[in-house]
Design a protein around this ligand. Structure first.
Ligand code: ADP
Length: 555
């Protein structure tokens, strides 16, 4: 009848559930958990701000198809994780945040760092609960894992009062659950598969849209088989990039506006008609189009656009069903005016940016910087992008050749993810090049955590696009007028990186950039390539402004 502490039960439970890494900023009362994890052989990545821990943990989830874990100290330490938790919720990514909390027995007495943690976190979480008895810790961690990863994934929050961490239980009283493991992968209703294929078969201007729900599901093989057999043109959401080869003849991503507007039937896989896809409304989409929508969340189907056929299930499984269904309902679109027109538009768009890619102009613009980065990285590099224009323009210039090799601000438009996402990418894939394209504004959010990369010997390269302002794309630059969007120009982030134990490069001219990038990639150290760029640089003119408000906003 040995006694076991709550902290030890947390450590044992995480290990049993298959967790091998935690992201944390240790502090009261979670110290025994963090130390226990290290003693138990888990990798403990200690960061500088709890927000970074929550964000890194969710990228870890997405890259490993498991539940990434963040452990935060009580009170304001825990509330620092809220932006990360919100981001996981909006992105549909699993995450487990364990928040230390003031003692249960002293609630309402003004205990150290006593805050309404559960109440403030619950609306941003898929599931949340306070541990109120030491013996239940393994069960609650098991439940949190299940809640985070099953169905539409999301964040689970476990509030862990100090007296539940230091308290003990008789080992014989503790129920040990089966580890949760991989979540179920539901199939769609079989009768709907032929129906969906019949809808797609009669399309004249079909389009496949692939989102990061499909990437989470690892549906890449089935998607490629479907595209190869049907010859359906496709494009992806930002983080759906790499799910299909960018050089595939059916890739019409570079004619996105025309493809969305012109399609008369859309197969939507693991993506939503939210702002990223303009709510599926005119003028960005046709007034009427057929929709076959695959989503693991039944309630999502029909949101903003009624589905002609809804296929509720796991993307990998349902795409497999559709591929099999092609034996009964064969579809081959082949060459068509639709495809030809999209390819022509894609070629035109590519030609428009060509001069900017090769511009020798000083100060540098986005396109030339991105072209140099593209040419300096291997095809299997993980590209993280953070900051509005940097992120948007990088999609036009840098392809992703493999699934889940691009991480960015996502549906929440969450600036500041670049540093934590890069850290997680390098922790998960130490063998791969990890490059983060980051605006100087975006860098400011979690910039101090480049030190974490240096300390843990994670040779990530951050390329900072330093235009020293926040939103020049909506403002007119007026000389001599103090602009609230301006930062101090030419900040020496490279020197900061050197001081923190990494490698730093400072670049002002186009021909300095490639050698600086090569030195950074070869340094074997966490690096910053600090590129001073044109404060007025912007992207090529677009047919529709970002978040354009024109057109119908509902149906
Ligand atoms: P994107 O940012 O790529 O456009 P969203 O985050 O808007 O994608 O949408 C992702 C969608 O994928 C969500 O509606 C989510 O429910 C869905 N999803 C998540 N996991 C799966 C899965 N395994 N199979 C199918 N759909 C999934």
């Amino acid at each position: 009848m040995a006694e076991i502490s709550g902290a030890q039960l947390v450590v044992d439970s995480l290990k049993r559930e298959g967790v091998d890494t935690i992201y944390t900023l240790p502090g009261d009362p979670v110290g025994p958990i963090v130390n226990g994890c290290a003693e138990a052989g888990l990798r403990v990545i200690t960061v500088r701000n709890e927000q970074v821990a929550a964000m890194a943990a969710q990228a870890h989830s997405y890259l490993t198809r498991s539940v990434g874990v963040c452990v935060a100290a009580s009170g304001v330490g825990q509330t620092n994780t809220l932006t990360g938790i919100a981001n996981a919720l909006v992105n549909c990514w699993p995450l487990l945040v364990i928040g230390g909390a003031s003692e249960l027995r002293r609630r309402g007495m003004g205990d150290f760092q006593e805050l309404a943690q559960l109440e403030s976190t619950a609306p941003l979480s898929k599931w949340s609960q306070t541990v109120d008895s030491v013996v239940r810790i393994p069960t609650l961690i098991n439940t949190a894992m299940k809640q985070a990863i099953t169905g539409r994934p999301g964040p689970a929050y476990l509030d862990l009062p100090a007296d539940m961490i230091t308290g003990t239980a008789d080992e014989d009283d503790v129920v040990i659950p089966q580890p949760y493991g991989d979540p179920p992968r539901p199939l769609a209703e079989p009768s709907k598969i032929a129906e969906a294929l019949e809808v797609l078969k009669k399309a004249e201007r079909p389009l496949l849209i692939v989102g990061k729900g499909a990437a989470w599901s690892r549906a890449e093989e089935e998607l490629l088989q479907f595209v190869d057999r049907t010859q359906i043109p496709f494009l992806t959401s930002p983080m759906g990039m790499g799910m299909l080869p960018p050089d595939h003849a059916m890739n019409v991503s570079s004619a996105r506006t025309q493809a969305l507007q012109g399609a008369d039937a859309i197969l939507m896989v693991g993506a939503r008609f939210n702002w990223i896809f303009h709510f599926g409304q005119p003028p960005r989409f046709a007034e009427k189009f057929d929709l076959v929508h695959i989503d693991i969340d039944a309630e999502e189907i029909g949101t903003n656009v009624p589905a002609t056929v809804g296929l509720n299930g796991d993307a990998k499984m349902v795409m497999g069903q559709l591929v099999q269904g092609l034996d009964q309902v064969p579809i081959t679109y082949g060459e068509s005016d639709w495809l030809t027109s999209l390819k022509e538009k894609a070629a035109q768009n590519a030609a428009t940016i060509e001069p900017m890619l090769n511009s020798d102009f000083t100060p540098l613009g986005y396109y030339r910087i991105l072209k140099e980065v593209r040419d300096a990285i291997p095809k299997d590099a993980i590209v993280v992008a953070d900051g509005a224009s940097t992120m948007d323009i990088s999609r036009q210039v840098i392809d992703n050749w493999f699934p889940r090799h691009r991480l960015d601000a996502g549906v929440a438009g969450c600036v500041g993810t670049g540093i934590p996402f890069s850290i997680a990418a390098k922790v998960v894939h130490p063998e791969k090049t990890v490059v983060c394209l980051q605006g100087d504004w975006a860098f400011g959010f979690n910039g101090m955590d480049v030190e974490t990369a240096a300390r843990f010997n994670l040779p990530i390269v951050w390329v900072i696009f330093q235009n020293a302002n926040i939103d020049k794309w909506v403002r007119t630059y007026v000389d001599g007028v103090e602009d609230p969007n301006d930062f101090q120009p030419s900040m020496r982030f490279d020197i900061m990186m050197q001081a923190l134990g990494g490698h730093g490069e400072y670049v002002e001219k186009p021909d300095e950039l490639r050698p600086a990038l090569d030195r950074a990639f070869n340094s074997g150290k966490a690096s910053i390539v600090n590129v001073i760029m044109d404060p007025g640089a912007s992207r090529r003119p677009q047919q529709f402004a970002w978040l354009a408000r024109e057109g119908r906003m509902g149906y």
